[in-house]
Design a protein around this ligand. Structure first.
Ligand SMILES: [Zn+2]
Ligand SMILES: [Zn+2]
Length: 99
């Protein structure tokens, strides 16, 4: 067993001890989850991923493909084009947007 293996073992032991003391919680509720940065099963079921059709520039979801018109942009990006070419979010915050 080399020094790298020992360091990895110590890191893993530290992580296990930390999880026992401060268990990781779901990103959106207080449920305990396997690892940090995860959703619990219940929240994952209610998670909406951003998928097409959406604004080509900012990724704002459209209710239907025709909403973006020929340019494929939302009204906000048409009015004030953002300085970036393309941005996407993985998830919707349903408390803010309902589609
Ligand atoms: Zn949750
Ligand atoms: Zn947009």
């Amino acid at each position: 067993m080399g020094a790298t293996d020992i360091a990895a073992g110590l890191r893993q032991a530290g992580r296990v001890a930390l999880d026992l003391l401060l268990p990781p919680h779901c990103l959106t509720c207080d449920a305990v989850v396997d690892a940090p940065g995860r959703f619990c099963v219940s929240c994952f079921r209610h998670t909406n991923f951003v998928t097409a059709p959406c604004c080509d520039r900012c990724g704002l979801p459209f209710a239907h493909a025709a909403e973006g018109g020929a340019h494929g942009l939302c009204a906000a990006c048409l009015r004030h084009p953002p300085p970036w070419r393309r941005a996407r979010a993985a998830l919707l915050y349903l408390s803010l947007i309902h589609i």
